[in-house]
Ligand binder design. Structure first.
Ligand code: KE4
Length: 429
């Protein structure tokens, strides 16, 4: 970098708030100047300073095939030549909707939108319209995007910044968002017992990934299904991360739990702005233009994005893709556990499919309270040690590593070797 010329990040900070378009990208929790990417391919990112990184962020889960997959790039290029947005329906939207419905039987009707926030926000509005109740129940450390209803004890970037909720959300509004500890169905039952007539829906990440990865304990999801049925509330699975990652379809197929509504995003757009909410037909028919609950979007079902999603899902249907992802994730987890142990570093590694989080914690992490007991200073040092060795982890203790089909066994072994050296550096510090 030329000393006279301001860095790209300096330039960015002159015009983008914090130099970023999403807070976690500022590397505030891990220190150092954030990377600014020039291009990406397969499992690799290349930054503007010519550095190459093995990528475990994967655009926060969207890039399950790896970056610039030929089938996806070709689909987008072809579609671009036929128009990028019509503002009217195209067959591509019907095709992607049919593909998703074939994978998720609980999704009888679906609506595409442009971000996970928009999808989750719309699903909650629908639930409130259906149940005619004002409150929702989420989980401490759960993250469902940045709509006002969700920014109460949320995970992801709020956890990273160490803030429980956001300024700008009226107290009266925040009071309608109830929180329970993840993996604690009895706490949910106690809340329903006193506020059953207020709660329209329970929204849950079937595998939590925004407090770091925390899988559901046996009986937790089943308990939520039973409690929501008993008290007439809807069960909303936020599968923005787990959808088409944990399995073909998503966590609801892996855990065999049928929610009333499902929120999707990331993978179904293959890196383009696509998200969706869907579920029981009798619920979805309450959405305009059929029903009284309103939601709309200029770029919803965008043809360019639909093509990227269709190409991505077509590749995920190939035999062995999920098995390979899970096997390589387990290989990484085993290697990290062994490396931490031999360095005498206290670490907990939570895995679900091709999601993984390395917590710098001595005790198991099963909810947000235990996740927050992690040594975030140690995580930050580990992040920087790994970055120096060309391995780019998500820049937060409270996020997930996302593996892709482009990560090879050699890539995994390289990451484990870098982790061995990084743990040693921590132990020696
Ligand atoms: P978006 O509005 O960012 O597309 O999606 C919101 C969302 C909803 N539900 C879940 C389970 C999510 O994980 C997300 C967004 N994920 C974060 C990373 N954990 C996005 C990264 C960022 O905020 O920059």
């Amino acid at each position: 970098m030329n000393e006279q010329r301001p860095s790209l990040f300096d330039r960015a900070k002159e015009v983008l708030v914090g130099g970023v378009n999403s807070p976690v990208r500022a590397f505030g929790a891990v220190g150092g100047e954030p990377v600014i990417i020039e291009r990406a391919s397969g499992a690799r990112l290349f930054d503007a300073d010519g550095n190459e990184y093995l990528d475990f962020i994967g655009s926060w889960g969207a890039m399950i095939l790896g970056h610039a997959h030929p089938a996806v790039s070709q689909a987008v290029a072809e579609q671009a030549a036929q128009g990028t947005s019509y503002g009217l329906t195209s067959e591509l939207e019907i095709e992607l909707a049919e593909t998703i419905r074939s994978a998720l039987p609980s999704v009888e009707r679906i609506r595409f939108v442009s971000s996970g926030t928009e999808a989750a926000m719309s699903a909650i509005r629908l639930a409130r319209g259906f149940a005619r109740r004002p409150a929702i129940l989420k989980f401490e450390g759960g993250y469902h995007g940045h709509a006002d209803s969700f920014l109460v004890q949320a995970g992801s970037g709020l956890a990273t910044l160490g803030i429980a909720s956001s300024a700008g959300v009226p107290a009266a509004f925040a009071a309608l968002t109830l929180n329970a500890p993840y993996n604690d169905a009895r706490a949910v039952e106690r809340i329903f017992a006193t506020r059953r007539h207020e709660i329209a829906a329970v929204i849950v990440e079937p595998v939590a990934a925004n407090m770091g990865v925390v899988p559901p304990e046996p009986g937790f999801l089943e308990g939520l299904r039973e409690l929501t049925r008993r008290y007439g509330a809807l069960l909303v699975f936020d599968e923005v991360i787990t959808g088409f990652r944990l399995a073909w379809g998503g966590a609801q197929n892996a855990y065999r739990i049928q929610p009333d509504l499902t929120v999707l995003g990331k993978i179904i757009g293959g890196g383009m702005p696509v998200a969706a909410y869907g579920g029981r037909a009798d619920l979805m028919k309450l959405m305009a233009p059929e029903g009284p609950v309103y939601q709309a979007g200029t770029l919803s079902g965008n043809p360019l994005a639909m093509r990227a999603g269709l190409a991505t899902l077509a590749e995920l249907r190939r035999p062995g893709v999920y098995e390979g992802l899970a096997a390589r994730t387990q290989r990484l987890a085993d290697g990290l556990r062994e490396a931490a142990k031999s360095a005498g570093v206290a670490a907990q590694i939570n895995v679900a499919g091709s999601l993984l989080t390395l917590f710098f914690a001595a005790e198991p992490v099963r909810d947000y309270a235990s996740a927050k007991r992690s040594d975030t200073a140690r995580f930050s040092r580990f992040f920087r040690e790994m970055r120096a060795r060309g391995i780019l982890l998500p820049p937060s203790q409270f996020e997930a590593l996302f593996l892709s089909a482009a990560h090879t066994d050699a890539d995994i072994d390289r990451a484990i070797a870098a982790a061995r050296e990084s743990f040693a550096a921590l132990a020696g510090a």
